[in-house]
Design a protein around this ligand. Structure first.
Ligand SMILES: NC(=O)C1=CN([C@@H]2O[C@H](COP(=O)(O)OP(=O)(O)OC[C@H]3O[C@@H](n4cnc5c(N)ncnc54)[C@H](OP(=O)(O)O)[C@@H]3O)[C@@H](O)[C@H]2O)C=CC1
Ligand SMILES: N[C@@H](CC=O)C(=O)O
Ligand code: NA
Length: 930
């Protein structure tokens, strides 16, 4: 559709657009002013004057906030300007995606008309991608690429199509006419840039702001079409800003208020659609509010109108407690104080640019962040909170609100004895940093008190440590080495060291410095996730504690601290090695209990992989345990232990990893040391590591004691019975163990409980194997080796440095079968020896005794013993049933009457249950509620 400008009725909207409708000489003036700002000749004020005389209305002014508006307006004009009460206005801001299509613009219009505030000011961005398209036009023209013409056509086409979808009749014609005029003017300007090969900054600022002009006009037309009184505001007529040295702008509030006053007197509508992002300098040169400019526009407008609320509409439900791409359990925060929002933003959370908060904070105007696509979500309210308040009138439960991270940093550490007490050292350091234009993100040094978010905690008087963006670190290090060349060569400074690949993790909240335990909890959570802290900074302000960690650890660190402060679950990545009888039963128990653990105990156990000796199954998010067997047979791949461990531990999103070794394999056990060193926790029923070579055992325990990595093995003795924990409890509370004696083998207990003359010995052994009591190789049970291993494990817990070879067991494996090739062959040949066993049994019975296989840890004499022994039928050891173990601790405290633990000591369910309770113990150590 071609629109002729003569068919357009004059409009009262858009001063600047009207300027561009003027005949050629005015536009030449404008171009001149943009290319050569000092020779500004365009008079916006004269145009405003013309407009002002067209339309004069009265506004009622009351309330303190408008006193200055009223005063300035009275000063600047003879008319009486009545400005509305501050709390009548609500300000909304819609970003580019919210107005990215005609449907979305309609949706925004609907939201606005449904807001029942008396008066509404709506700040809009350009349609999504339009600002980028405008920058691209300039770039093409500057590089003398005449494709800027077709690119400009695309801009025209996009807005024409959107307008035709939204509008009709005069509103459509009027918009299209202005759009065409704007495009024609832009074409002329771009051609001028094309010729000059250069665009001044103010020209660029002028061009890129057009998207907002068009979106504001279209939205206001749509609202008028719905029957509401609505004007659009070119904020360049109102908002006056001064550039700062750091390529930012400072609003000139008094002048903006004066201009706003005047504007309102001409535009009395109850709904105003204002352009975001753009403003003017005091000389009326078009400019922009730079990055995140539309949010800033909304905040400034909120302050100018003393609005009751500023709502920033976006495409997320609010501010998350942490980046949800990194912490899937991150929660939407209902409230944040201005300071908390500020800190979150500074440390990389995409909340609001810190400068956006300043204007509204000045008047205690709340900012609410809401999702335009989910109106049911209440969003996040950023407002003034008292130090003890959590928001919504709730008393503060935890001082910690959320976490943010900044990646791609490097630490610089300037160190040396010559720094102590030498005035000016810090000034020289940061002077050198400033000279290379680097941005210091945090500093850590003794007795530093700077005044903002990088306020810090002491490390050492002899060093200053600070973080800069990685891309700036070489220049900074070089500048420092040059600046301190003499001090370095004289040894007064020992080094200027660079620690690359770092990230900052900031914990943000209220009253953190004055609440005991916050830092301890934070550091503890990091230690438990095996994360090393390179530097710490805690502000004198109560609002952040900042740590520097290795970049590779950052997401795990974030997740560890997030879950520790109860914002989410304690999540543990698990790898199950050996899905045989015990491992398989454990997986089934995990499957059955997972939901309860999640809901009631906030523990999220994710099985990221299962491996046997031949086949392994991996998952990125956690396996569906309801069909792990099916998945393993269908989707399994060739087992590769290294790849398996790398996969389970390599998931950056889960802070803690545990490998559960359910094999009986020494080779698997030989990896524990390396895994613990990598920060992987280990839980096992496998006895091989703790009963293997003494030096390796001692090395393992020493490592475990000095780290925060856990190694639990309760099920290695007495299966699920609390044997290791009972012994630890006695030892740690200062009791002295004299001896531990008992029946440690579920298999042998079962055999001698059941072998009472009715069935043959080999039949009873087969039953024990079928019941799941035996080792994978039953010869380990019958040889007494399994009992000897348990005795060794307990002896070593008591501090005895015994080797397995120090406890030769009495073997029940018939001599001729000791060399059998396989467990199957052994079981097959065992019946040949039933007669011999029958005789042994008869002999014991004749003496009124029973046979029992016992183990003894003789702590006093520092030895262990494993043997088959006869007991009188009334002896406690003769009273057992099934696979019962009985373990008696004789100690200084329990001397007269030993402490006895008795119960089933083998079997799939009880053993897997013992392993499972170790897993929950680990979760509790890692921060889950206990
Ligand atoms: N049964 C019980 O009552 C008790 C058992 N225990 C201990 O529990 C452990 C498991 O016993 P149980 O379940 O009965 O034994 P199983 O023989 O049923 O299972 C052993 C599992 O380990 C796997 N495995 C063996 N070697 C490797 C390897 N190198 N890499 C990966 N996987 C391997 C096997 O996989 P694949 O089939 O692919 O070879 C199998 O899945 C043992 O250490 C035992 O001492 C402790 C207390 C009580
Ligand atoms: N095979 C063992 C199992 C537990 O360790 C036993 O029988 O006790
Ligand atoms: Na146990």
């Amino acid at each position: 559709m071609v629109v002729s400008s003569s068919s357009i009725s004059p409009t009262s909207h858009g001063v600047f657009s009207n300027t561009l409708c003027r005949p050629a000489p005015a536009n030449i003036n404008l171009l001149r002013s943009l290319f050569f700002p000092s020779s500004t000749s365009l008079s916006l004020s004269s145009i405003r004057k013309n407009k002002a005389s067209q339309c004069r209305k009265r506004w009622t002014c009351s309330g303190p906030i408008n006193a200055s508006l009223k005063a300035t307006s009275l000063e600047s004009s003879a008319e009486t300007i009545e400005v509305p009460k501050g709390d009548m206005w609500s300000v909304h801001k819609f970003g580019g995606t919210c107005v990215g299509s005609s449907d979305r613009i309609k949706n925004v219009a609907e939201i606005i008309v449904n807001d029942n505030s008396e008066r509404k000011l709506v700040v809009v961005s350009a349609m999504s991608k339009v600002t980028d398209m405008m920058y691209d036009l300039i770039q093409r023209a500057e590089s003398r690429d005449d494709s800027f013409l077709s690119a400009l056509d695309a801009v025209l086409e996009k807005h024409t199509a959107t307008a035709k979808d939204l509008l009709e009749g005069d509103e459509l014609l009027s918009f299209l006419s202005r759009l065409h005029d704007d495009i024609n003017n832009l074409k002329a300007m771009l051609r001028a840039i094309y010729i000059a090969g250069h665009a001044t900054e103010s020209f660029t600022e002028f061009v890129v702001g057009h998207g907002e002009l068009w979106s504001a006009q279209m939205l206001s037309s749509v609202i008028r079409k719905k029957g509401f009184d609505c004007s659009w505001m070119d904020t360049r007529d109102v908002l006056i800003v001064n550039p700062t040295s750091s390529n930012q702008v400072d609003p000139d509030f008094p002048e903006s208020e004066r201009r706003l006053d005047k504007w309102l007197s001409n535009n009395p509508s109850g709904i105003i659609i204002a352009t975001g992002f753009i403003a003017s300098t005091p000389q009326n040169i078009p400019t922009t509010l730079k990055r995140d400019g539309s949010d800033f526009s909304a905040a400034i407008m909120g302050a100018l109108f003393r609005a009751r609320q500023v709502t920033i509409w976006t495409d997320v439900d609010g501010v998350f407690s942490a980046d949800p791409r990194k912490v899937s359990e991150a929660v939407i925060l209902r409230t944040l104080s201005y300071q908390e929002a500020w800190e979150m933003s500074y440390f990389g959370a995409n909340v609001l640019h810190p400068r956006t908060i300043i204007p509204v904070m000045r008047y205690d105007i709340p900012i609410v962040i809401r999702n335009v696509f989910n109106l049911t979500a209440p969003g996040t309210k950023i407002c003034r909170l008292s130090p003890d308040e959590n928001g919504d009138g709730e008393h503060m439960q935890s001082p910690v609100k959320g976490f943010a991270t900044i990646d791609n940093l490097a630490l610089i550490n300037v160190e040396g004895t010559g720094m102590a007490g030498v005035p000016g050292t810090a000034s020289a350091i940061f002077g050198a940093v400033k000279d290379v234009g680097a941005n210091v993100i945090m500093i850590s040094q003794a007795n530093w008190t700077c005044s903002s978010y990088c306020i810090l905690q002491a490390s050492s008087e002899h060093s200053v440590c600070f973080a800069v963006p990685e891309k700036e670190v070489d220049a900074v290090a070089e500048a420092l080495r040059t600046r301190f060349r003499q001090a370095l060569s004289a040894g007064r400074l020992s080094q200027v060291a660079v620690v690359p690949n770092c990230s900052i993790l900031a914990t943000v909240g209220q009253k953190m410095a004055s609440t005991p335990g916050v830092s301890a909890t934070l550091f503890n959570a990091l230690a438990k996730a095996n994360i090393n802290i390179r530097a710490i900074a805690q502000g004198c302000s109560e609002h952040n504690i900042t740590v520097v960690v290795k970049r590779d650890d950052c997401i795990r660190a974030l997740r560890a601290v997030h879950s520790r402060f109860y914002l989410s679950r304690t999540t543990i990545a698990m790898g199950i090695i050996g899905p045989g009888l015990i491992g398989g039963t454990l997986l089934d128990q995990l499957r059955d209990q997972a939901a309860v653990l999640k809901e009631k105990f906030n523990i999220d156990l994710r099985v990221m992989g299962i491996t046997g000796s031949k086949n392994m199954l991996l998952s990125d998010l956690g396996l569906d345990l309801s069909k792990w067997r099916e998945l393993q047979s269908k989707q399994g791949q060739a087992a590769d232990l290294q790849k398996f461990v790398q996969h389970v531990h390599g998931n950056q999103l889960i802070p803690n990893t545990v490998l559960v070794d359910c094999t009986a394999d020494s080779f698997i056990a030989s990896h524990y040391y390396d895994w613990l060193r990598k920060g992987i926790h280990i839980i096992t029923p496998n006895k091989k590591a703790n009963s293997g070579p003494l030096d390796q055992y001692l090395k393992l325990r020493a490592l475990q004691r000095q780290s925060y990595t856990h190694y639990f093995y309760e099920a290695t003795v007495g299966a699920g019975l609390p044997i290791i924990s009972t012994l630890r409890g006695l030892l740690e509370t200062g009791d002295k163990i004299l001896s531990i004696e008992g029946i440690f083998s579920g298999t042998l207990s079962y055999i001698f409980n059941k072998f009472v003359g009715k069935r043959s010995f080999s039949e009873v052994v087969t039953e024990a194997k079928q019941a799941g009591y035996t080792e994978p190789d039953p010869r380990d049970d019958l040889s007494g080796t399994d009992v000897a291993r348990k005795v060794i494990i307990l002896a070593r817990e008591c501090g005895l440095n015994l080797e397995l070879s120090d406890i030769p067991p009495e073997s029940l494996v018939p001599e001729p079968l000791r060399a059998t090739a396989s467990p199957e062959e052994f079981m097959q040949k065992l019946p040949q020896f039933d007669q011999g066993w029958a005789k042994k049994l008869q002999a014991a019975e004749a003496a009124g005794e029973v046979l029992r296989y016992v183990g003894v840890v003789d702590v006093v004499n520092q030895r262990g013993l494993v043997k088959l022994q006869s007991y009188k039928k009334d002896h406690p050891f003769a009273q057992l049933s099934g696979s019962d173990n009985i373990i008696s601790f004789t100690t200084e405290r329990y001397k007269e009457q030993p402490l006895i633990v008795r119960g089933p000591g083998a079997g799939a369910e009880v053993t897997a249950g013992g392993v499972f309770s170790d897993i929950l113990r680990l979760a509790s150590y890692l921060g889950a509620p206990s």
